[in-house]
Design a protein around this ligand. Structure first.
Ligand SMILES: NC(=O)c1ccc[n+]([C@@H]2O[C@H](COP(=O)([O-])OP(=O)(O)OC[C@H]3O[C@@H](n4cnc5c(N)ncnc54)[C@H](OP(=O)(O)O)[C@@H]3O)[C@@H](O)[C@H]2O)c1
Length: 165
C-alpha cells in the first residue's frame, strides 16, 4: 500500500478537522492517484468530507473504534489488523492511505511509497501533522516535480520510497 498527503513546510496537514490548502491541481493529482482503488481513512477525515460522504469510485475503508458506526458506502474497520485483513489479496498499488494524522501514523509502517504534495507555507495553529519519513526507516525521496504555483501557493509533487520495499 501507498499513502498520499498534502503537507505544509512544518509538516502540518490539518486544522479544525479541515485541510489547510485549496489547490485544484492537487485535487486532480489526488483523484488520479486514488480513483478505482481502496482508500483507507480515519472516521474524522470522513467527517471532514462534504456531507460526511465517502469518496466516489473508490472503496472507502474507514477506521473507527465506535461499535455503532455505520455509513452508506463505507466499509467499517475497527482495528488495524481488521483493515489489513480486508485488503488481503488486493494488489500493492491498489490501496492508498489518505489520512488523517492518526491513520498515517498507524499505516506508514506498511506503506512502500508516500506521495507528498509539499506546499511552501508554514501554517500556524495547525493541529494535525504528517509523521516523519525518517531515513533510518529507509525512506528516500525518489522523484520531485518542477515547482508549481496556484492560488498564491508554491508546491511540488514528491515521491518517497522505502528501501527494501
Ligand atoms: N493534508 C492531507 O493530505 C490530509 C489528508 C487527510 C486528512 N487530513 C486532515 O487531518 C485531520 C484529521 O486527522 P486526525 O488524526 O484528527 O483524524 P483521522 O486520522 O482522520 O481519524 C482518527 C479516528 O480514526 C479512528 N481510529 C484511530 N485509530 C484507530 C484504531 N487503532 N482502530 C480503529 N479506529 C481508529 C478513531 O475514530 P473514532 O473516534 O470514530 O473511534 C479516530 O478518532 C483533519 O484536519 C483533516 O483535514 C489532511
Amino acid at each position: 500500500m501507498d499513502c498520499i498527503a498534502v503537507v505544509a513546510s512544518n509538516g502540518a496537514i490539518g486544522k479544525g478537522n479541515q485541510l489547510l490548502f485549496s489547490l485544484p491541481e492537487d485535487m486532480k493529482h489526488f483523484r488520479a492517484l486514488t480513483l478505482g482503488k481502496t482508500v483507507i481513512l480515519g472516521r474524522k477525515t470522513l467527517d471532514s468530507f462534504p456531507g460526511g460522504k465517502p469518496l466516489p469510485k473508490r472503496q472507502n475503508l474507514v477506521l473507527t473504534r465506535d461499535p455503532g458506526f455505520a455509513r452508506e458506502g463505507v466499509t467499517v474497520c475497527r482495528s488495524v489488523p481488521e483493515a489489513l485483513e480486508r485488503i488481503q489479496g488486493l494488489p500493492e498499488d491498489g490501496v492508498m492511505v489518505i489520512g488523517g494524522a492518526e491513520i498515517y501514523r498507524l499505516f506508514l509502517p506498511f506503506c512502500r511509497r508516500a506521495y507528498l504534495t509539499q506546499v511552501e507555507a508554514e501554517v500556524p495553529g495547525a493541529d494535525a501533522f504528517f509523521p516523519e519519513l525518517s531515513p533510518e526507516d529507509g525512506w528516500r525521496e525518489t522523484e520531485r516535480s518542477e515547482e508549481k504555483e496556484q492560488n498564491g501557493l508554491r508546491f511540488t509533487f514528491r515521491t518517497y520510497k522505502r528501501t527494501g520495499t
